[in-house]
Design a protein around this ligand. Structure first.
Ligand SMILES: [Zn+2]
Length: 304
């Protein structure tokens, strides 16, 4: 079962962008460009429709409490585009919202469970995945509480956990903390692993079976698509294709088609040809785009 903003569905047959933002607001942290609000909803619908022409079958919005999550907006976008959208339960990390500092692990766990099973922010729209993260600073007790709460909410509901890393090395703490709280690494997606220096780092992080996101395709301010394609090729060569997901983490207005960006089509239009050129097979692409994200989004069936 996959939980979308318009209800639960049994299956998604085709490519899924597992790390995106359709609605986000990080203007306070990162400036006015890092906002996709109500004013951008029509552009987002348009850009999703274009990506659907290239095969997109579902998208995951990983905005959370504290970063401009808008479940009602996501539902509207989903219905207008005719595209399943999954939204996230969770707390932003840069900074953590006050509730994280004020609450016990159990209270935070129960907030997450409520977002996954009852609804988010006064709506009946439920989260389909848990999103948490750590900022660039030293990892402290607040992060520890959030990660433990996320693991417990995952165990209680069957939802997967997606983590934001601010540096590749943080992945080890993320995995260790979630595992110590009882999680199976195969239910964890570590984001932003395109920052890895080489495939050796991916092999290290992936040892326990966690999924890893090469999820900033098209965000060339960070790393070029060519560099990311080389990394994905090397990962596939090392047999990691069952643990890689590809996405583009659109979060800035200037990445929308209207402003000349490649938007939610970047993976399909710009990146697939680069992968094929490097010898990544169509079947490997299918595994990374369809099978892996579907496995992530499917609630562990023993629970809800
Ligand atoms: Zn993101």
């Amino acid at each position: 079962m996959i939980r979308t903003v318009t209800g639960d569905i049994a299956d998604i047959d085709g490519p899924i962008l597992a790390h995106e933002h359709l609605q986000i607001d990080l203007c306070c942290q990162k400036g006015p460009e890092v906002v996709l609000g109500e004013a951008e909803q029509d552009d987002v619908v348009n850009d999703l429709s274009k990506a659907m022409q290239h095969g997109l079958k579902a998208v995951v919005d990983l905005s959370v409490f504290g970063s401009g999550r808008n479940p009602a907006g996501l539902k509207k976008i989903s219905m207008q585009a005719g595209l399943p959208v999954v939204c996230a339960a969770g707390f932003y990390w840069d900074p953590y919202p006050q509730v994280v500092f004020d609450s016990s692990v159990e209270v935070l766990r129960d907030i997450l469970i409520r977002e996954l099973t009852a609804g988010i922010e006064g709506t009946d729209i439920r989260g389909g995945v848990i999103k948490i993260g750590t900022d660039r600073g030293e990892i402290g007790v607040a992060a520890e509480r959030v990660f433990q709460a996320a693991a417990l909410a995952s165990l209680a509901t069957g939802a997967a956990v997606v983590t934001h890393t601010s540096a590749v090395e943080q992945a080890f703490w993320h995995l260790d903390t979630l595992r110590r709280a009882g999680m199976d690494p195969s239910r964890i997606l570590i984001s932003h692993m395109g920052a890895a220096h080489s495939v050796a780092q991916l092999i290290d992080v992936g040892r326990g079976g966690a999924l890893m996101g090469i999820d900033k395709v098209g965000f060339i301010a960070r790393r070029s698509n060519e560099e990311l394609a080389d990394l994905v090729h090397d990962a596939c060569d090392a047999g990691l294709e069952n643990q890689i997901i590809l996405s583009s983490d659109v979060a800035r207005k200037d990445r929308l088609l209207r402003h000349g960006g490649s938007s939610y089509s970047a993976v399909f239009v710009d990146f697939f040809p680069m992968l094929r050129e490097r010898g990544v097979s169509a079947q490997q692409i299918e595994v990374m785009m369809c099978r892996n994200p579907k496995r992530l989004l499917n609630f562990a069936s023993n629970i809800i």
